[in-house]
Design a protein around this ligand. Sequence first.
Ligand code: NAD
Length: 418
Amino acid sequence: MASDIADPSLADLGRQRIDWAETHMPVLASIRERFAKERPLDGVTVAACLHVTTETASLLRTLKAGGATVNVCASNPLSTQDDVTAALVRDEGIQVFAVKGEDTDTYFRHIDAVLDEHPQLTMDDGCDLVSRLHQERPDQVGEVLAGTEETTTGVIRLRAMEADGALRFPIVAVNDADTKHMFDNRYGTGQSTLDGIIRATNVLLAGKRVVVAGYGFCGKGVASRARGMGAQVYVTEIDPLRALEAVMDGFRVVTMEEAAPEGDIFVTVTGNRDVLRGEHFAAMRDGAILANSGHFDIEIDLKALGAMAGSRRGVRPSVEEFLLDGGRRVLVVAEGRLVNLGAAEGHPAAVMDMSFANQALAAEWAVRHGATLEKRVYGVPAEIDKEIARLKLDTMGVGIDRLTPEQEEYLSSWTVGT
Ligand SMILES: NC(=O)c1ccc[n+]([C@@H]2O[C@H](COP(=O)([O-])OP(=O)(O)OC[C@H]3O[C@@H](n4cnc5c(N)ncnc54)[C@H](O)[C@@H]3O)[C@@H](O)[C@H]2O)c1
């Protein structure tokens, strides 16, 4: 099947924006240069199920430079940038199956199209590709050498597959690399989530009560950036440690029941379902804005909200208004899907530079070692993580100290005390 994209005439714009993103991705550029010389992915067909953005284009170009044949589909129906898909098809010889706003059937048809190319390496963001491959095409699973997974939710699903004995090839959990989740999830999601809410609603954050559900790396980023813009930030959690951390970081930790009648803006980043549900909608003030930045559109119970609403209508691009009893309006951004990708451009390229450097190096590692690996979820090797941090610092012009021989000895000895 040939590529399925929205509009080939957008290729010039896509080219321009991919080039712009690449000026902020020097680590990936240095890997691409090495890949072009060493061709570590020669002969490998890659199935990538990722948010098809400018930064992803840069990753796909890197895989191709390394010798891979690359086919890509979207990992979310709303996150595709149609100009990028057009440029990838016209300029890069990459097959693309992704259209912004595609329905669920098309979404899975596109995943199938990528699987039809019989990949040896999977590159997933949320585990839909790997899950579909295992469930619908058991005969094809044996062709796959290894895979990589980009996000927290996907890693949780893959660990569940491993625990069930269902996982049939090794996966590298890119999300678990420090140079991924400590930066992408915190600084990337932190900034781009607010960017999505602001672009969609043009709301002033200063003085607003912002409720952040989940204080993981993403939640920490959203909470601290909302505070930085002058909001009063409330945090909800189910984990006592994370809740305590939020308290000591100076946030007001409350239950969602307490937060519901107070919040002006609600952001879910838990990776869990029904975090905002009927009882909460019933208590919300007029004009409350709801957004989700967790991987799937399950964190806000939109079915319940729809059932409670007398009517619903679009009031701005990416904003739907639900009219509840007493004339209260509740506004949902980007259909409750990842707000930073649905209503903005996703993470800034400078942070995806590290996430996708991990993807590229993890792919190289997986191909090199795939045959000897077990059918389980692996972390990114520590030396890759360190190398990416070192490269990123270099490109930022930041130098750090080196241990003196005496310090090295001190740190490795147990005999020297007070
Ligand atoms: N928007 C993006 O671009 C983006 C980027 C990275 C990750 N993600 C996704 O965001 C989600 C969170 O990722 P993370 O890395 O912060 O995960 P995490 O596991 O570090 O944090 C999630 C937090 O949510 C809490 N939680 C779970 N259920 C809850 C509930 N009912 N109420 C309140 N808190 C609850 C957990 O205790 C945990 O502290 C995942 O779905 C991940 O895939 C999105």
